[in-house]
Design a binder for this molecule. Structure first.
Ligand SMILES: [Zn+2]
Ligand SMILES: [Zn+2]
Length: 193
C-alpha cells in the first residue's frame, strides 16, 4: 500500500511523493497521522544538510493521530486510541541523558529506535519504542491540532525550568508565535509578574 509523504532529498529539496506505507511491526503499531507541528528545528533540518547525505528522509516530530493498526504482540494500545508520538528515543540512563542532554544520548541502540517522522500519512512505531516512552494518550477534549503543540509546550517548560523563572521575575518575550504565547502563560503560572 502507498501513502503520501514529504520526503527530504537534500537541503531545500522537499518533494511530496507516493511512498510505501510502513508495515506494522509484530509488537508495534501504525499511527494514522492527523496533525503534525512544523518546528523551528524542522526548518533548520530541512534547509541544511542535516542528515549528511543520508536521504531521502521524512522529518516531523510533533506527531498526533490515532492507532490504525496493531501488531499481534502489541498489547498496550488498541485501534482508535488517540496518541501523541515523539519519534526520538533516549535511554535516560547514560551520563548524557542523566545530565539533561538526552539529545546526545550515547546509547546508540536506543537512539536508533527513532523512526521516520510525521510529514506523512502513516508512521510505524516499534514495540521497543513503545516500551521506552515518548508516546502519550490525548485526552478526549483536546483536539488533534491542539495536541500537536504538546512538544513545543514541553520545550518551553524545560526552558523556563532551566533559567528558574519565578516570582518576582519580569520577562521580556520577543515574538508572539505559539512559543512566545506558551512562554507568557507558563511564566505567569510560575509566578512571574
Ligand atoms: Zn519541535
Ligand atoms: Zn542516553
Amino acid at each position: 500500500m502507498k501513502m503520501k509523504a514529504a520526503l527530504m532529498y537534500g537541503p531545500n529539496d522537499i518533494r511530496i511523493e507516493e511512498t510505501e506505507k510502513p508495515k506494522c511491526p509484530q509488537d508495534g503499531l501504525i499511527i494514522k497521522i492527523m496533525s503534525v507541528g512544523l518546528c523551528g528545528s524542522d526548518i533548520r533540518n530541512l534547509t541544511t544538510d542535516s542528515r549528511k547525505g543520508n536521504y531521502p528522509f521524512i522529518y516531523g516530530h510533533e506527531i498526533v493521530g490515532y492507532v490504525d493498526e496493531t501488531g499481534p504482540d502489541q498489547t498496550k494500545y488498541k485501534v482508535g486510541d488517540r496518541l501523541f508520538l515523539f519519534p526520538g528515543t533516549y535511554c535516560m540512563e547514560c551520563d548524557e541523558c542523566i545530565s539533561g542532554h538526552s539529545e546526545n544520548c550515547s546509547n546508540k541502540e536506543v537512539s536508533s529506535l527513532a523512526g521516520t517522522g510525521g510529514f506523512a500519512q502513516y508512521v510505524a512505531v516499534k514495540g521497543e519504542k513503545i516500551r521506552r516512552g515518548g508516546i502519550y494518550e490525548i485526552p478526549e477534549d483536546v483536539s488533534f491540532d491542539a495536541a500537536s503543540l504538546g512538544e513545543p509546550l514541553t520545550s518551553v517548560f524545560a526552558c523556563l525550568e532551566n533559567v528558574k523563572v519565578g516570582y518576582p521575575d519580569t520577562l521580556v518575550i520577543i515574538g508572539a508565535g505559539p512559543i512566545g504565547c506558551f512562554m507568557a502563560q507558563l511564566a505567569k503560572f510560575r509566578g512571574a509578574q
